[in-house]
Design a protein. Sequence first.
Length: 353
Amino acid sequence: MYKVLIVDDEIMIKRSLCKLIAESPYGFEVFGEADDGMEALALCEKLRPDLLITDISMPVMDGLELIREVRRRKWDMEIIIISGYGDFAYAQQALRQDVTDYLLKPLKEEQLYELLSDIDGRFKERHKLATGRSQWVKQSKARSEAVSEQLWLLNEEEALQLMKEMVQKLREEGVSDEVARSCTEDLLTMVEAELLHRSGGGMSESSKPFLTEGNEMPLEGWLVQARSSLKDLAEKVRASRNWGQRQSIAKAIDYIVLNYFQEDISLQKAAEKSGMSLSYFSRCFKDELGLSFTDYVIKLRMEKVKELLKAPGVRASEAALAVGYEDYPHFAKTFKKYYGLSPNEYKKRVTGS
């Protein structure tokens, strides 16, 4: 139900409008009436109508001043003005103040209903837009994290591909270009927020929207802008970090991923691969990954052994050896601390045996 406020100092006009609106099929209901602009302003504050229908010529505060006050206060409502032929110059002024349309006296049912139908359509489109955007925002956290991860690693093409896939999904769901554009902007904003958090304040925040205004731009144009925005974000990431240091840590990570199952894998060997001193490497490694060298190796081993235990024919002791644990009791203790179950309990849960 849409709330309507009628403002006119002629009682017959108000009665006629109330009757026509009550009989219309568009879901509008008169919630209030006022005789002048001052009274109407107070009712707008209280009722926050969806539609304001106001005469131009009224005592105390006329329709033009009422409209200016409503727009100055940024109240979101459609406005229809009522004008006689003698007031049409005033009506033209009102139309320049973001007024929806006007009604000429004497009022005609078909003219009013045509306007109510148009406004009903706009309200439904706004609701659809708001609903679509709300649903997207709820789904976007994981998506923004995936794009952020790729940008943090400076994989710009992978980040752009994720963006394209997300926008394509929106189009497949049948959303309008306007919703797709808003959601693209939302996603870029979330990505920036995640990168700002990761950088610990070392990255500067964007001072302007990621996409230029203008919903008439086709989707392909937004993707061009999105690519440019992602490149800008990648440059900010690069500037906020020592990229040479990141490359050195990457060499050490490659070594760890290839050798985590070796029992004798060591911090010293990883530091040598990075070309850094032991103490400096240890500090940089934790800064980069948020984990110490030892914790990172354990994480890799636990993730791998968890996968191995899903295979029906693999025993827990065999899985432990495969990831570098020769001391089974130590392995079992570590596994339970990590996952809250013993290796055998976990295997039984996932395989039933």
